[in-house]
Design a protein around this ligand. Structure first.
Ligand code: 13P
Length: 250
């Protein structure tokens, strides 16, 4: 059984003071439920605060939004995996569409980052997704499979530690989300491709991201192929985030 993962990606929001206040508000309401996990991808400067705020809580995880693949050295402005781990991160986003399209990160670079994250003992959450013109040309699956080349060559044990997030670029921050059916179709294709590169694909959680809100989270996680959500904007308000992590609970 794959867990259902509710992951907040705060992007460039929530410095340590705001992060602390967010957790104070969220954790009073939140009660863990079996099979469900709540993850927080905080900006690097807030990782230690979030990890401290979550300490002792069940079924929660702190993550960092980006890492560099070298361990230490003259790489001004970067965060290494051991440093993120030292601050309390146990997961890292890799290849978020903003890293690819705003900062020019390549598939080759995402591959190096996935390997560094695995080597450091963290969980890599590899983000993949097509742009609008690529979808309109019917290239969605080809684009996503190309991005999954980042994990080609990893051994099955490493592949079993992966999490994938399917985030169609046209759905991020736009209020336009993929229908649960469309997302599930891409998820199934991702799972199929992971199996083809040697992953124990039925064990790999595949999250959906892109304009997830309290109003659509339940129908998304109701799809058997959708193992959770990766949420930007709607994860910034404790009440809206609380409503999302409740999705599908009776
Ligand atoms: P939004 O939820 O704001 O569309 O962002 C999605 C995202 O990029 C999560 O990583």
């Amino acid at each position: 059984m794959r867990p259902l993962i509710f992951a907040a990606n705060w992007k460039m929001h929530c410095g340590p003071t705001e992060a602390r206040a967010f957790l104070d508000a969220f954790l009073v309401e939140h009660a863990p439920a079996p099979g469900r996990e709540v993850w927080f991808f905080a900006p690097a400067v807030s990782v230690a605060t979030v990890a401290a705020g979550l300490r002792g809580r069940a079924a929660v995880r702190t993550g960092v939004q980006n890492v560099y693949w070298e361990q230490t050295g003259a790489f001004t402005g970067e965060t290494s995996v051991p440093m993120a781990a030292d601050a309390g991160a146990t997961a890292a986003l890799v290849g978020h569409s903003e890293r690819r399209h705003v900062f020019g990160e390549t598939i080759e670079e995402t591959g190096r980052k996935v390997r560094a994250v695995l080597a450091g003992g963290l969980i890599p959450v590899l983000c993949v997704g097509e742009k609008l013109d690529e979808r309109e040309r019917g290239d969605t699956i080809a684009v996503v499979e190309g991005q999954l080349d980042a994990v080609r060559g990893l051994d099955p044990q490493a592949l079993s530690r992966l999490v994938i997030a399917y985030e169609p670029v046209w759905a991020i921050g736009t209020g336009r989300n993929a229908t649960p059916h469309d997302a599930a179709e891409v998820h199934a294709a991702i799972r199929h491709h992971l199996a083809a590169v040697g992953a124990p694909a039925d064990r790999v959680p595949i999250l959906y991201g892109g304009s997830v809100k309290p109003g659509n989270a339940t129908e998304l996680v109701a799809e058997a192929e959708i193992d959770g959500v990766l949420v930007g904007g709607a994860s910034l308000d404790p009440a809206s985030w609380f409503a999302i992590v409740q999705a599908g609970r009776d």
